[in-house]
Design a protein around this ligand. Structure first.
Ligand SMILES: Cc1cc2nc3c(=O)[nH]c(=O)nc-3n(C[C@H](O)[C@H](O)[C@H](O)COP(=O)(O)OP(=O)(O)OC[C@H]3O[C@@H](n4cnc5c(N)ncnc54)[C@H](O)[C@@H]3O)c2cc1C
Ligand code: FES
Length: 507
């Protein structure tokens, strides 16, 4: 055994394990050939698969196995046990898989399988796909199209200077200084050319010409398409108060925004975060981690009460206070005079850095101008098609008929946007499967992750299981007796089970 092998956990699966020791759908962490492997039995079949999620290395032995898949406990990526393929975001890369044989009542893990060959090229209809947006949905659609063997022209247009990045990290580890910038791109720069994706950065689309099926660029150029995916995301709301256009006052959406905040944070003594939203509070946590005095100013009295309820909101507030955040709740900002933040109550606060997180607006102007149906977002059907079937919409802008709530919903979550993008890719390839995903998001505050599955705009009861203050809980949001959503802290299996239950629940 090598030194590394001494650290391997669980049984040596190459030597075999009794089939009777493998409980159905209970992932077992072991090792084979010097590598950690997770073994899963489903019925008469056993599967051996890599132990770490390809998203952020979540421990898959602690995930949920069912129906030929293994779900990651951290952010609910889903892997095909047979092939290792990442069948659902946020993981994109596949997992390694191993040969498994059964002899004399024992299961043996053999050699690692060769990576699966790329899918065969598929008939190229449509010939030209344009993706408007280089964020979560746009990236996931482009990647999935090529993964599925799409061979036609593929153009992706983005107003950003950076290739698609891990946007959620902008307010978390990257801002806190624990994730280097090399971790931010979703793919290396050469991925796009290598996969025939014509990625055009710093490119602003000015109009959609539906009759001529082309995009009009702000620089005068045009991009023709046969099918178009709109994934223009959302933009931060700017505070409509005097003095808000000063250079030390920032919003956060892009890598460039974050770099500007980091530059301001270098010498900042005190930061004012306006808004106690997820983004605002994640920014507060990250800047506290950097040791900067941090004030949060927001009109609500309990942060996140509208989304998570008073109990969880109270916990989030206490958690931030434990880390030294100073809240000014029930308070508003009426303007900025130099470095002074002028408050509604008449008080003021000096801050050399200000980050506003007061919500976002879906970027629907182009769709609206093109005459597509708008319904507090871009209205799409279950196949993510807009009122022009040549144009699909995905991500933060799309309002789709959600079979689980029976409502048309629009959601601003990373994983959902990626899953929309993946579903749009399948639909563009001719598989007209309706989108039936259940929304999921996570938020990170210091060492406390909050996971949320489902969609509850309102509820009439919250069932609390466990202990919120002890960071070991799951809250279920019910309306008319039905569970609409669940929020959890360190109850990953329960959160995955809630997701599965929501997937099979229909109105
Ligand atoms: C700091 C931060 C932290 C977040 N953290 C989380 C989290 O922890 N969990 C979670 O679930 N969600 C999180 N989110 C939300 C998540 O990032 C979004 O829901 C997701 O990015 C939406 O994806 P999208 O593809 O719809 O839009 P985006 O990712 O915003 O991409 C939109 C793209 O469209 C481009 N575009 C728009 N208009 C034009 C135009 N006219 N011409 C050319 N290009 C254009 C933009 O340049 C951009 O590239 C966070 C967001 C931010 C900003
Ligand atoms: S670590 Fe697995 S989904 Fe994020």
């Amino acid at each position: 055994m090598t030194d590394d092998a001494n650290e391997l956990k669980g049984p040596d699966l190459a030597k075999g394990i009794a089939l009777s020791d493998l409980a159905e759908n209970m992932p077992l962490l072991g090792h084979a050939g010097g590598e950690q492997v997770v073994l899963v039995r489903q019925g008469a079949e056993c599967f051996a698969i890599a132990h770490q999620c390809t998203h952020y290395h979540g421990p898959l032995a602690e995930g949920l196995a069912a129906d030929g898949h293994l779900r990651c406990p951290w952010h609910h990526a889903c892997f095909d046990l047979r092939t290792g393929e990442a069948s659902r975001a946020p993981a994109i890369d596949p997992l390694d898989t191993w040969e498994v044989t059964e002899r004399g009542g024992k299961v043996f893990v053999g050699a690692k399988r060769a990576p699966r060959p790329a899918k065969a090229p598929r008939k190229t209809i449509p010939g030209r796909i344009a993706i408007l947006g280089g964020g979560a949905a746009g990236f996931a659609a482009a990647e999935q199209l090529r993964r599925d063997g799409y061979q036609g022209d593929l153009t992706m247009l983005s107003g950003e200077a950076a290739p698609p990045i891990d946007r959620p990290n902008l307010s978390k580890d990257y801002l806190a200084g624990s994730a280097p910038e090399e971790w931010m791109p979703l793919r290396p720069d050469d991925f796009y050319a290598a996969n025939g994706i014509d990625l055009r950065l710093n490119t602003s689309v000015a109009a959609i010409d539906r009759d001529a099926r082309k995009l009009q660029l702000a620089d005068g150029g045009t991009v023709p398409y046969d099918r178009l995916l709109l994934a223009t995301g959302a933009e931060p709301v700017r505070l409509p108060v005097p003095g808000a256009d000063q250079p030390h006052i920032h919003t956060l959406r892009t890598l460039a925004d974050c770099r500007a905040i980091l530059a301001g944070a270098k010498d900042a003594k005190r930061v004012a975060v306006i808004g106690a939203s997820f983004i605002g509070l994640e920014v507060a946590a990250s800047l506290r981690t950097r040791g900067i005095e941090t004030h949060v100013i927001a009109p609500e009295t309990i942060p996140m009460e509208k989304i998570l309820g008073a109990e969880m909101g109270g916990f989030v507030r206490a958690l931030h206070e434990e880390h030294g955040v100073i809240f000014h709740l029930g308070e508003g900002v009426i303007g900025f005079e130099g470095k002074q933040v002028m408050l509604k109550s008449g008080a003021s606060l000096e801050a050399d850095l200000v980050v506003t997180g007061v919500g976002v607006r879906p970027r629907i102007a182009l769709a609206e101008k093109a005459g597509l149906t708008i319904d507090r977002g871009v209205a799409v059907n279950a196949c993510l098609e807009t009122s022009d079937p040549m144009i699909l919409a995905a991500g933060d802008i799309a309002r789709w008929p959600d079979p689980h709530t029976g409502q048309n919903i629009r959601v601003e979550h990373w994983v959902l946007a990626e899953r929309h993008g993946q579903a749009a890719a399948h639909i563009l390839m001719g598989e007209r499967e309706p989108f039936e995903g259940v929304p999921f998001f996570w938020s990170q505050h210091y060492d406390v992750p909050i996971n949320y599955v489902g969609h509850a705009e309102t509820w009439d009861a919250i069932d609390i299981e466990g202990d919120i203050a002890a960071r070991d809980c799951i809250l279920r949001y019910r309306k008319n007796g039905r569970v609409l959503a669940a929020a959890s802290i360190y109850r990953d299996i329960a959160s995955l089970q809630a997701e599965m239950a929501l997937e099979s629940s229909r109105v």
